[in-house]
Design a protein around this ligand. Structure first.
Ligand code: AZC
Length: 826
């Protein structure tokens, strides 16, 4: 990097793009950054030096972005998310800078293989699943669209656990992603923010004789920001992701240390650092843990403070809505609402009504779930103990809100109770989704069906009161990571056909539609799929010692393990095929050979989910080893499904399993990634599946199962799963085979909890949808045999999925919610 002083300002220019230039920079990093000569450099040394070299190419853009943003006084989106599931950074930086070829050549000239260095990177797994990955796609899109955005979150020292299997059962290991160095982060201890907790509140009279409230906290921690670059795709822009790490405000107690009580001397430090120590591995269920509330307040307080500190000293806070929108990614950051109120009222001495008017314009809320049990609530006792002033503020917000409701609906006590932020049963608690809805300028769901059910079923009273507050923004995924980076073979094919513009304007994939009827193109498309299967086979062989046949249909179900997603239904399908083969009913040679691939982590405390993982692995072991199957069915379940593995699995898939019970999956985003990579979907009428099917067309999608209103109807009259078991012999034989202990000869009763749950409760109606699912799978088999027809459908899936770019989602947020502008015109 060179620095020029021009007219008193420092301008940083990027190094020249050349093979020799890059090789030189790389060696310099190796020697001066890592302190090793090439001859003694470990793979990790080489990876770190490479990352730092590539990062320099982004640095000038980053500085320029920050400068431009400050000068433009543009409205900034401050995306508040407790999770960012980023995936590896190196490859993304390479495609953003268009350096891949130069780097490959430069490294080759030094005798180094880029692929080996890529494998050295441990992905930052700072999220659980869909919600965290969505946040990562969104910040990628905003950078690529040149929209001012800062992503705020938590720098967990340990991200989502590393999953291993022991005898087929999930065992969690800590995710030590930072242990070999973290070349993509920039710590800024000088910008640390103090965050307070506990204590009490008091009233006092200020200099003007006004009685006011204030917080007298009891303890505090420091939030140290770590900046990460969020490069736009080949557009010269780099946005910032700012993640907070907790430190003690005082290092340690030297007196106590000197007296010999070492543990006690560092107690406060340990306590403080615990706040950002580990990601809660829960997905779609709230974890009512004190530490989790501490995490939430910690990162939100740091972020709001950070944003306000960045404003000019004389900034009029009444204008805050002109310069920022705090987007609440689910309820995790909702404590930011009373925090902003506290700052405006208590610290900045702005009148309550004015402060509330400002606050209501500065927040918007995205809901990501439909499961009532997933809506976060905090016991009043806990919130009051940890954040007493915030509780007072919430009470006042609630009082004024309920007065408004009373006025709109006189004499409707029940409605007041339903709508109160404070729930009285089973214990007094704060309903965070209600607080977010009341404070938010807008509330959105994440797919058309979800937004409708959110209005009708989850927040009906609120949508009746404020119909205009509710809107939909269908999720999207970034085509950079999930097509361009993950599927270079398909990317080249598309670019060959329609030019490179699709990477930032995904609707242009439509131009491929006519090629679905071009036999030669179909042939090339199939060659891409095969190459991707071979690539996956290589990855699974080295990563897990799994052997993958590449001449079979690859049927993939990857997502968090949750009963509502119904991995069990998938298992019942496999067991049923197996049972029919070994009983002689089904000739294995009569069906197209299939590989069933799973990837799923279960929350460590979710017993049933862990049981299901055990079942999949045990069924797999039995089926794979049984010669009677003649290789017609294989089950593979690589452990530790993560973004890195997704990038290899999705491009290789033929069939995408999206089989949640209708009305339960808010959107899904994996479903979009598969369609974009040319897999056909077998799916229910749920979440974004609805929109995928509308766009790709009925003929190119295998729909099955109950519709949401039918589910509601069945549940209203009382669902009895045993009826389906009694009446459907195929189903009964499959379940009986599991119950018989065939898959668990060492402990025949080990899967009894699953069987009995299915027969007596089956909360997510797997048995009710079983036959429809089997029928749809038979349609899949028929369609797959028609090689040309299948390829045609696959191409149409790609061509018609441009809508699912997260760029489009971001435009929707901008138009419907943020009303912000890119720094350069669209
Ligand atoms: C997920 C939803 O389950 C999924 O349907 C959606 O696609 C995704 O968010 C992104 O919107 N929800 C979560 O991950 N929820 C939590 C609380 O983790």
């Amino acid at each position: 990097m060179t620095e020029n002083r021009v007219n008193g300002t420092v301008s940083v220019t990027a190094p020249q793009h050349s093979v020799e230039g890059f090789a030189k920079e790389f060696l310099r990093e190796l020697n001066f950054g890592q302190g090793v000569p090439l001859s003694r450099a470990s793979v990790n040394d080489q990876y770190l030096a490479l990352a730092r070299t590539v990062r320099e190419y982004l640095m000038a853009r980053w500085m320029e972005t920050l400068r431009r943003q400050r000068d433009a006084h543009a409205k900034t989106v401050a995306y508040l998310s407790a999770e960012y599931l980023l995936g590896r950074q190196l490859d993304n930086a390479l495609i953003a800078t268009d350096l891949t070829e130069i780097v490959e050549e430069a490294l080759t000239s030094l005798g180094i293989d880029l692929a080996t260095l890529r494998e050295q990177e441990v992905e930052p797994g700072l999220g659980n699943g869909g919600l965290g990955r969505l946040a990562a796609c969104f910040v990628d899109s905003l950078a690529t669209m040149s929209v001012p955005c800062i992503g705020y979150g938590i720098r967990y020292e340990y991200g989502i656990f590393r999953q291993t299997f022991v005898d087929g059962w999930q065992v969690e290991q800590p995710d030590t992603w930072l242990s070999l160095g973290a070349p993509w982060e920039f710590p800024h201890p000088e910008d640390a923010v103090t965050v307070h907790f506990g204590g009490s509140t008091e009233t006092y009279t200020d200099d003007d004789g006004v009685t006011r409230s204030r917080w007298v906290p009891a303890w505090d921690v420091l939030g140290v920001p770590y900046n990460y670059m969020v490069p736009g795709y080949q557009n010269g822009r780099v946005n910032t992701l700012r993640l907070w790490s907790a430190r003690a405000t005082k290092a340690f107690d030297l007196q106590i240390f000197n007296s010999g009580d070492y543990a006690e001397a560092v107690r406060a430090q340990t306590f403080a650092e615990n706040i950002s120590k580990v990601l809660y591995p829960e997905d779609s269920t709230p974890q009512g843990k004190e530490l989790r509330l501490q995490q939430q307040y910690f990162f939100v307080a740091c972020s709001i403070r950070d944003f306000l500190d960045g404003l000019p000293a004389d900034f009029d806070l009444h204008r805050l809505p002109d310069v920022v929108m705090f987007q609440l990614n689910d309820t995790h950051p909702v404590i930011g609402v009373p925090e902003l109120m506290r700052i405006l009222v208590d610290e900045k001495k702005i009148a309550w009504d004015e402060a509330w008017a400002i606050t209501q314009k500065c927040f918007a809320y995205t809901c990501h779930t439909l499961l009532p049990e997933a809506l976060e609530v905090w016991p009043v006792e806990l919130l009051g103990r940890l954040l007493p002033r915030h509780l007072e503020i919430i009470y006042r917000i609630n009082d004024e809100f309920l007065a408004q409701v009373r006025q709109a609906y006189p004499n409707d006590e029940l409605r007041l109770r339903r709508m109160s932020i404070i729930a009285e049963h089973p214990e007094r608690s704060v309903r965070m989704a209600f607080l977010a809805t009341i404070a938010g300028a807008k509330v959105n769901g994440v797919a058309a069906l979800h937004s409708q059910l959110l209005r009708d079923n989850v927040l009906p009273d609120f949508s009746e009161l404020w119909p205009d507050k509710f809107t939909n923004v269908t999720n999207g995924v970034t085509p950079r990571r999930f097509v361009r980076l993950a599927n270079p073979a398909l990317s080249d094919l598309i670019t060959d056909a329609i030019g490179p513009g699709w990477v930032t304007d995904l609707e242009r994939l439509r131009e491929m539609e006519p090629l679905a009827d071009d036999a030669e193109f179909r042939e090339r498309f199939r060659a891409v799929k095969l190459a991707n299967k071979q690539r996956l086979a290589g990855v699974l062989a080295t990563r897990d010692g799994i052997e993958l046949r590449t001449d079979a249909m690859l049927d993939v179900m990857v997502k968090r393990l949750h009963e509502y997603k119904r991995q069990t239904l998938k298992v019942l399908h496999i067991v049923s095929l197996y049972e029919r083969i070994i009983s002689g009913e089904l000739d294995p040679a009569s069906i197209p050979p299939r590989v069933f691939a799973f990837g799923a982590k279960a929350a460590p405390g979710y017993k049933m989910a862990k049981q299901i993982i055990g079942l999949i692995n045990h069924v797999g072991a039995t089926v794979n080893a049984d010669p009677r199957v003649q290789g017609a069915l294989t089950v593979v379940f690589p452990p530790n499904y993560n973004v890195t593995l997704a990038e290899k699995l999705i491009p290789a898939a033929d069939l995408s399993e999206q089989i949640s019970l209708a009305g339960k999956e808010a959107s899904g985003t994996g479903n979009m990634k598969f369609a974009l990579n040319g897999a056909l979907t077998i799916g229910t009428d749920d979440g974004a599946n609805v929109e995928i099917r509308e766009l790709v067309g009925d003929d190119n999608f295998f729909l099955f199962g109950l519709l949401e209103p039918q589910v509601a109807e069945i549940q209203a009259v009382g669902y009895d799963p045993s009826k389906y078991y009694e009446e459907n012999a195929t189903l009964r034989r499959a379940i009986d085979l599991i119950a018989s202990g065939t898959f668990s000869p060492d402990d025949k009763r080990v899967f009894e909890p699953i069987v009995s749950n299915l027969l007596t409760e089956d909360r997510f109606l797997a048995l009710a949808d079983f036959q429809a699912y089997l029928d749809a799978q038979e349609r899949v088999d028929v369609a797959y045999r028609d090689v040309e027809g299948w390829t045609r459908s696959a191409i149409l899936n790609v061509a018609r999925s441009g809508f699912f770019s997260s760029d489009r989602s971001m435009w929707d947020y901008i138009d419907r919610i943020w009303h912000s502008q890119p720094v350069v015109a669209r």
